[in-house]
Write a protein that binds this ligand. Structure first.
Ligand SMILES: Cc1cc2nc3c(=O)[nH]c(=O)nc-3n(C[C@H](O)[C@H](O)[C@H](O)COP(=O)(O)OP(=O)(O)OC[C@H]3O[C@@H](n4cnc5c(N)ncnc54)[C@H](O)[C@@H]3O)c2cc1C
Ligand code: SF4
Length: 328
């Protein structure tokens, strides 16, 4: 591990001032960043500890929530308003990591965790464009069972690993940011970038920009929501495919829908093509399957992960069928 200095921010302005230093990085629970430092994938010169910044979960008068970026994943999943109003978010968080990791992990850290592509972590032995631009990508012709089928590029086929982000994408969450040039907001779906020719640029954040909170607008009234994760083991494994959905059905017709996928793309994948096919259509298995197929028509499988196409189709169809039963 490289030497670094440590500073604890006492408020967001202090964090932004400290985070502006060259090669500074914010430290949440450290469950991803410290691993990356140990393996020499990341080598920040300064760690700015942001765990003392706002972590409250504030209920908004419109029924939405404002979640402080330093809130621990466990606190969010256990919060009464999250469980009642955003079951998809509570379930997604509880599907991730282990209880110990969720106790440490923060909301902002979860959003900005790096890919789990094994070649990315293998500094000594593998080529990786995300770690070192122009080096090449050993996953493309390598062991790519866990990699992306949507939104990838010839430069990088990694997936985004977060469960929580998939639920946030389906919930239309908005991320609050603070940087040297002031504050701004971004929809969660626009925060992460697709790899294109520059997989090393993973988000729209500027250097030193701090996530201060995540805002959840109310879900459509009368909608049901859920999250399903398919993985190799029942716990402690990243998603092969995951689905977060919000669905409202009135007199047999879909009147509101939001759908997002995990484990299949380099960012939390909002399934807009499927949503278009679903809205206004009868809520039946044929509609659900056709919408899933429409979304997955753009899928480009690698040598070892073509199974994800059918797995995603089946998971989307099953989740929507479950929610339609609940939403009737
Ligand atoms: C064994 C293991 C299994 C796991 N399984 C899963 C799983 O199944 N599903 C899943 O979703 N996740 C899983 N994870 C990942 C885990 O959820 C993440 O490591 C965790 O959410 C990161 O949160 P953190 O607060 O520890 O972030 P850190 O490691 O502290 O930071 C992560 C990144 O966020 C940045 N950051 C932190 N706070 C801020 C801020 N306020 N503003 C701007 N940048 C910030 C840091 O600089 C760093 O780049 C697993 C992790 C481990 C170790
Ligand atoms: S898939 Fe992306 S992260 Fe993995 S080795 Fe290739 S460039 Fe690196």
């Amino acid at each position: 591990m490289n030497p670094f200095t440590y500073a604890r921010a006492c408020d967001p302005a202090d964090a932004v001032r400290l985070g502006a230093a060259p090669r500074a990085a914010y430290l949440g629970g450290g469950t991803n960043l410290v691993d990356l430092m140990r393996r020499n994938v990341a080598a920040p010169a300064t760690l700015v500890d942001v765990t003392g910044l706002p972590a409250a979960i504030e209920e908004r008068p419109d029924g939405g929530l404002l979640i402080g970026a330093a809130a621990r994943n466990t606190a969010v999943a256990e919060h009464r308003a999250v469980r009642e109003r955003y079951p998809l978010l509570a379930r997604a968080i509880l599907a991730g990591g282990s209880a110990q990791i969720r106790n440490m992990a923060t909301v902002a850290g979860n959003i900005l965790q790096r890919t789990r592509c094994p070649y990315f972590y293998d500094v000594a032995g593998s080529r990786c464009n995300r770690r070192e631009p122009g080096q090449g990508c050993d996953a493309i012709d390598g062991h790519n069972r866990d990699h992306a089928i949507l939104g990838a590029s010839p430069a990088c086929v990694a997936t985004h690993p977060s469960d929580m982000c998939v639920a946030l994408a389906a919930a239309d969450a908005v991320v609050h940011l603070r940087g040297g040039r002031g504050t701004r907001t971004l929809p969660l779906t626009e925060l992460h970038r697709l790899p294109g020719d520059h997989p090393e640029i993973e988000t729209e954040l500027e250097h030193g920009e701090l996530i201060t909170a995540v805002e959840l607008p109310p879900l459509p009234p009368g909608a049901a929501s859920g999250y399903r994760k398919v993985r190799d083991r029942a716990s402690y494994a990243f998603a092969l495919v995951s689905v977060a959905a919000v669905l409202r059905v009135e007199r047999g017709v879909i009147t509101a829908v939001r759908l997002a996928l995990g484990g299949v793309a380099p960012k939390p994948w909002r399934a807009r093509t499927a949503e278009q096919a679903l809205l206004g259509a009868p809520a039946d298995p044929g509609t659900f399957r056709a919408a899933a197929r429409a979304e997955l028509a753009a899928a480009v499988p690698l040598r070892h992960n073509a199974f994800k196409i059918e797995l995603a189709e089946r998971t989307i169809t099953a989740v929507l069928a479950d929610l339609a039963g609940e939403a009737r």
